[in-house]
Design a protein around this ligand. Structure first.
Ligand SMILES: Nc1ncnc2c1ncn2[C@@H]1O[C@H](COP(=O)(O)OP(=O)(O)OP(=O)(O)O)[C@@H](O)[C@H]1O
Ligand SMILES: [Mg+2]
Length: 485
């Protein structure tokens, strides 16, 4: 007899083996002896093949089964199964079983080789491939849903909130491996979603299902837009037997929706702004001219107080002029003039301004003066405006001081080289709810802000074939500017 390696064998009493078979009553089970004769067949096997027990008991399995593992020499069959079990990638064994009526059933079998008081026994758990792994379509549907990578499913106990099963996407969202989640409490993994957790508890308590509840989930700096369903899985009797939470990842859909909304809004603002800006500029020029005349007269007459007032008025007029200029930049389909620009020197030019602003706000600036960056096709003045706006925002966000870091590097994506400038601060960061909106005109959280800074940056970067984006993070903001180089 073939000497069976101990790694492939389990030790079981015949009684234990019987209990084992009883536990899997819904699965077809055949037990073979050392000579691959059937010594036990369960009712499910008889039901599906149409044989009676006496048809099969003590006859050779290969009499009704065809597989590359069942050979003419009976002992070799068990040997082949054991060798199969020792393979690192052991798959289930494919077996064709001839039914009592003569038709052939395609099955796969998972074997267990056991040492019992009566010698070696081989248990075969047999699955009808035609019927699929579950016995019914609905079971197979359930299985498929739990494996789906785009739908997060959590099955749990409705009262204790203990997790029974969980799909790969749900594990990924919670950031924990499946083995660490099964049988654990849902609350242990919902620390960052208190509102959602309360909603789930309420839905399960009241039995009122939740449908398409929108959630913004942030894990590992990755933001996902989800729609959540919560409901009870009722048994035939009264109370709930189980409960489910389903997450549908709609991040792509959301960003498309936001893009459409944004371009609609921009187009509308553009039209209004172009008209308004033009009409405002003309009277402003006249007012500015007369004010300058007043100022001159006041200087001549040594009217110092009045001179000061006119200076303030001129300053405020300049602010309006600047604002109108930004409006026009946003709205006008402007022809972009580009030339080869040294981004390193653009940054070097603005750094003294940034440093003095930083000093005022008790902010430390980290930046590599020697940084050599490739040339890009752009407009140096406009790039300065972008970097200044981003640095200014960072400094303004750190109300209690902090550190502003400016970095530059070249990244390769999809065979293309791109210049990446990162501006990072240690302020409170951009709240997740605002992150999609901050590039829209007039979105500001500042008392004296116009909310135009970032939309102007975006418009400029778009003109140069680049982009500016904000990363969603728990603390500090990270703004990334990308330019083709
Ligand atoms: N580094 C940052 N940290 C935190 N929030 C930021 C940061 N940068 C921008 N924001 C948020 O984005 C909003 C919009 O910024 P944007 O530059 O467009 O306008 P603003 O700074 O409010 O006004 P302005 O630029 O005219 O002074 C800000 O009000 C702020 O809430
Ligand atoms: Mg700003």
């Amino acid at each position: 007899m073939y000497d069976i390696p101990s790694a492939s064998i389990v030790h079981l009493s015949l009684q234990a083996l019987d209990n084992y078979c009883a536990q899997f009553a819904g699965t077809m089970i055949v037990v073979l002896d050392e000579s691959a004769r059937m010594v036990h067949v369960n009712t499910q096997f008889l039901k599906e093949t149409g044989y009676t027990e006496s048809d099969l008991l003590h006859t050779a399995f290969r009499g009704i089964a065809e597989s590359k593992l069942f050979r003419s020499e009976p002992e070799q069959s068990i040997e082949a199964i054991v060798k199969h079990l020792l393979l690192p990638s052991r798959d289930s064994i494919s077996i064709h079983i001839r039914k009592a009526g003569g038709t052939v059933m395609h099955t796969t079998a998972a074997p267990i080789v056991a040492q019992t008081e009566q010698g070696i026994r081989c248990l075969l758990f047999i699955y009808n491939q035609e019927a699929g792994p579950g016995t019914s379509l609905i079971e197979r549907f359930g299985e498929t849903m739990l494996q789906d990578e785009h739908i997060g499913v959590i099955l749990l106990h409705p009262e204790t909130l203990q997790i029974f099963d969980i799909s790969p996407l749900a594990c990924q969202l919670l950031g924990v491996a499946k083995s660490a989640l099964v049988n654990e409490q849902l609350s242990s993994f919902f620390a960052s979603g208190e509102k959602e957790y309360a909603l789930i508890c309420q839905a399960l308590e009241s039995g009122e299902p939740v449908r398409n509840y929108p959630i913004t989930w942030i894990h590992d700096e990755k933001r996902s837009d989800l729609l959540m369903d919560v409901g009870l899985l009722r048994s035939c009797g009264e109370g709930g037997e189980g409960a489910y939470i389903i997450f549908k990842d709609v991040t792509n859909l959301r960003s498309l929706e936001t893009q459409v909304q944004r371009s609609d809004r921009l187009a509308m603002i553009g039209q209004i702004a172009a008209g308004a800006a033009h009409e405002i500029r003309n009277p402003l020029t006249a007012i500015r001219g007369f004010l300058q005349m007043f100022r001159k007269t006041m200087i001549e007459r040594e009217m110092n107080k009045e001179k000061e007032y006119t200076e303030i008025m001129l300053g405020e007029l300049d602010r309006i002029n600047h604002l109108v200029g930004e409006f026009l930049l946003l709205s006008k389909p402007k022809e972009v003039m580009t030339s080869s620009v040294q981004v390193g020197s653009v940054l070097r030019d603005i750094m003294p301004v940034v440093a003095s602003e930083a000093l005022l706000h008790n902010v430390n600036v980290i930046w590599d003066e020697e940084l050599e960056l490739p040339r890009v096709l752009a407009d140096a003045e406009m790039l300065k405006q972008v970097f200044l706006n981003l640095c200014k925002n960072g400094i303004e966000a750190m109300t209690a001081g902090g550190t502003l870091s400016v970095r530059g590097s070249v990244v390769r994506t999809g065979g293309k080289s791109q210049l990446l400038i990162e501006i990072e601060d240690t302020g409170p960061g951009i709240p997740a709810v605002l992150i999609d909106k901050i590039f829209d005109p007039f979105v500001t959280t500042k008392q004296n802000g116009t909310g135009l800074g970032l939309s102007v940056c975006q418009r400029i970067m778009h003109d140069f074939g680049g982009s500016v984006t904000a990363a969603a993070r728990q603390t500090g903001a990270l703004l990334q500017v990308v330019l083709p180089c």
